[in-house]
Write a protein of this length. Structure first.
Length: 78
């Protein structure tokens, strides 16, 4: 399982207490995120391969249509 840090509170007093607890060893500054490192690695690998394979399979006309749609979505006023 992958490990990440505990979320920091926004309140300065709670943050100070958390930092003190971590410094004194009362709290461990790690929490498991529930993801398997192997699954994360496979996902990254598949994503990099999949994007290139999709681009190779698309015609230039279809790629151009997708790019124009993305440009419109990016610059459209909210």
């Amino acid at each position: 399982m992958a490990i990440k840090r505990i979320k920091r509170p926004r309140d300065p007093l709670q943050l100070a207490k958390l930092i003190g607890d971590i410094a004194t060893g009362q709290t461990v500054d790690k929490v498991e995120d529930g993801k398997s490192p192997d699954a994360v690695e496979r996902g990254k690998k598949g994503g990099t391969i999949g994007g290139k394979a999709r681009a190779a399979a698309l015609s230039s006309k279809k790629r151009k249509e997708i790019a124009q749609k993305a440009i419109k979505a990016r610059w459209e006023k909210p």
